[in-house]
Design a binder for this molecule. Structure first.
Ligand SMILES: NC(=O)c1ccc[n+]([C@@H]2O[C@H](COP(=O)([O-])OP(=O)(O)OC[C@H]3O[C@@H](n4cnc5c(N)ncnc54)[C@H](O)[C@@H]3O)[C@@H](O)[C@H]2O)c1
Length: 254
């Protein structure tokens, strides 16, 4: 990862933060875009390296993305790689899913990925190429009740990833996605209560319920995500574009 300049959206928490720490340790320069100042600043303090910086950026705002990326290139050099990990998720029965939930989910999960890919690719074309990794989900491939809005956004991320990959395949820009099952981040701290309601479970039983239904009987580890991300952002995967890696312990095979 040495020599790479990587933007990670949603990098103050969960998988984004885990990737930010590991990529910095592996020698990359990492810019974290997030809205959560407390977590972003805590991450910078924890890592304690001038090669990791936090930028307050609302990734649904094109101008904010552009301005931050201009600063990143001034401070770190030419952008080589971009990870879209910012995301939101709520579980609700379809008929109780509000228009506000639709707008928020589509804006953060899908529109922001579209905007960030445009900013990244505009710059990568000037530098001769790059790699983009979009955090999709098993919900980008498999339907779930009570997750209609989230599934629609992540199915959209799959279409976006594949179409952009095709358009820029001959310009040294590779675009792939990761589709994890359940990763126990802050997202699931909240979601487990909603899922418990759906299945009439105790919230503390939810993770064991999932594990029992996964062929490998465990959830996704942050290390699983990091290994797949390093693979997709380096020349180890030089002939892969428009692909997705399912991190699902055997639960889904398409
Ligand atoms: N946790 C899971 O089980 C799981 C599974 C599959 C896919 N995913 C996807 O992976 C990604 C990361 O998930 P996570 O579990 O690490 O989530 P998380 O909630 O821990 O982190 C998401 C981050 O995105 C940031 N964010 C939200 N809206 C933003 C905005 N408008 N601008 C900038 N930052 C914003 C949040 O502040 C937060 O720091 C998401 O796209 C999620 O949908 C998660």
């Amino acid at each position: 990862m040495k020599g790479k300049v990587i933007v990670i959206t949603g990098g103050a928490s969960g998988m984004g933060a885990a990737m930010a720490k590991e990529f910095t340790a592996l020698g990359a320069k990492v810019a974290v875009y997030d809205l959560d100042d407390q977590k972003g600043n805590a991450l910078v303090e924890e890592v304690g390296s001038s090669n990791l910086r936090y930028y307050k950026v609302d990734v649904t705002n094109k101008q904010a993305i552009e301005e931050a990326t201009e600063k990143v290139e001034q401070q770190f050099g030419a952008l080589t790689s971009w990870v879209n990990s910012a995301g939101v998720s709520e579980m609700a029965p379809f008929l109780e899913s509000s228009e506000a939930l639709w707008d928020l989910t589509m804006n953060v999960n899908l529109k922001a990925t579209f905007l960030c890919c445009q900013t990244a690719i505009t710059r990568m074309l000037k530098h001769g190429g790059g790699q983009i990794l979009n955090m999709s989900s098993l919900s980008g491939k498999k339907a779930s009740s009570w997750q209609t809005v989230y599934c629609a956004s992540k199915f959209g991320v799959q279409g976006l990833t594949q179409s952009i990959a095709k358009e820029f395949a001959d310009q040294h820009i590779r675009v792939n996605s990761i589709c994890p099952g359940i990763v126990y981040t802050e997202m699931w701290e909240k979601l487990k209560h909603q899922y418990a309601k759906k299945r009439d479970l105790d919230p503390e039983e939810v993770m064991d319920y999932f594990k029992s239904n996964i062929p490998m009987h465990r959830l996704v580890d942050l290390q699983d995500v990091i290994h797949a991300a390093v693979f997709l952002l380096t020349d180890q995967s030089s002939y892969l574009t428009g692909q997705s890696i399912n991190l699902v312990g055997g639960e889904w095979m398409d």
